[in-house]
Ligand binder design. Sequence first.
Ligand code: PHE
Length: 453
Amino acid sequence: MSVTGNSNRDNFSSKFGILAAAAGSAVGLGNVWKFPYVTGQNGGGAFLLIYLACVFILGVTVMLSEFTIGRRAQRNVFGSFKTLAPGTPWYFVGIMGVVAAFVILSFYSAVAGWTLEYIVRSVDGSFQSNESLSNAFSHFITHPFRPIVWQLVFMVLTALIVAGGIKNGIEKYNRILMPLLLLFLIILCVRAVTLPNSLEGIKFLFYPDFSKITAKTVLFAMGQAFFSLSLGMGTLITYSSYFGKKENLASTAVNVSIADTLVAILAGVVIFPAVFAFSIEPSSGPSLVFITLPEIFKQMPLGSLFGVLFFALLAVAALTSTVSVLEVVVAYFSEEFKITRKKAIVISTISISALGVLASLSLGPLSSLLLFKKSIFDLLDFTASNVLLPLGGLFIVIFVGWYMRKDDVLDEVSNSGKLKVKFFPYYRFIVKFIAPLAIAAIFIYSIFFGSLG
Ligand code: PHE
């Protein structure tokens, strides 16, 4: 396989398509329910400053490294390491990426399915019923098949988009869905900040409380930046293997990181003013999105409309992320086992769904089945977010910083000398020293002290 070109492969056709697809992968459930709460609870503006530093020093560096690997090799994540480091065990990082994709998609698609149920519930009057919204939520996720049906619907939607290929599937839908997501987000933001008492919520999110900042907060911010930017498992290696040779990798990495961060902040601007306007205690994780917010939509004029908009926003954000994860597995199967993409899509969708159903059932009928003291759902989440992603990211920066030749990296980042890359020495320094040390710190911390959120 040549490292200079692979003209038989489908490719992205436009700069905007590339930006939409990569930002689509990054912007997901992590931005909407995790980021706002983690920020509010961990010192507001002070946490935000640290998060921004993590995104723009560490995140951009890892992203540029993934882009460099993917576009140079023009192969799936496993094939990329085989191509760039033939005869070495580096392909192992690729295998880890494929496994991580499998694992993430299985539990992520369960939650993505819930968003579809909640689009329906926003309009059918369920929020108005006498059952408390918290009971309604736990009834739903422990139901033996209702969440599974939605999960499978979500997997099929994901598979259909991937089946269109890169240009006519992934690029086409991201070009439509990402602007739509932005539109929903802006409408919801305007609604939220014009609610009475909205300033209270803005304060909760942004007021810098430096007394809450500890070493743990810094590690927390790094973990969140990593998951949110879709780093460490080859999603962006796979996507960039379809980038054209004229694409400016560094500016794409910066733009995707800006877009992801902006959406995360705006999601906070939607959620907290609403929470404070209705004097509800801000809660965390799934309950913030599936219990607290429905309570607000129930009380708000035109609540059904805003409910639909909010859950549609979540569904779209999740869909553009699941598409990017499925593509990792599909590209791997189709290229490495020389089968058609169609076959690869059917095989990966069915096998991931099977694991996904198990993850879903582990919240209800199979909740007594524990492995390492965790439900299957939590175990899958932990394995991916706390083990596979940081470890993958660590190997990726070591690969680009220490294994690849400096001239090859420079050649790829500068488009063979056509771009001015004054930042290169800084990038080189971070990718060689700062990033490996910082990521190793997150990894060790999260293994020994449990979830980073
Ligand atoms: N970045 C996505 C989110 O914030 C999740 C994701 C992680 C997607 C890893 C792809 C790979 O929800």
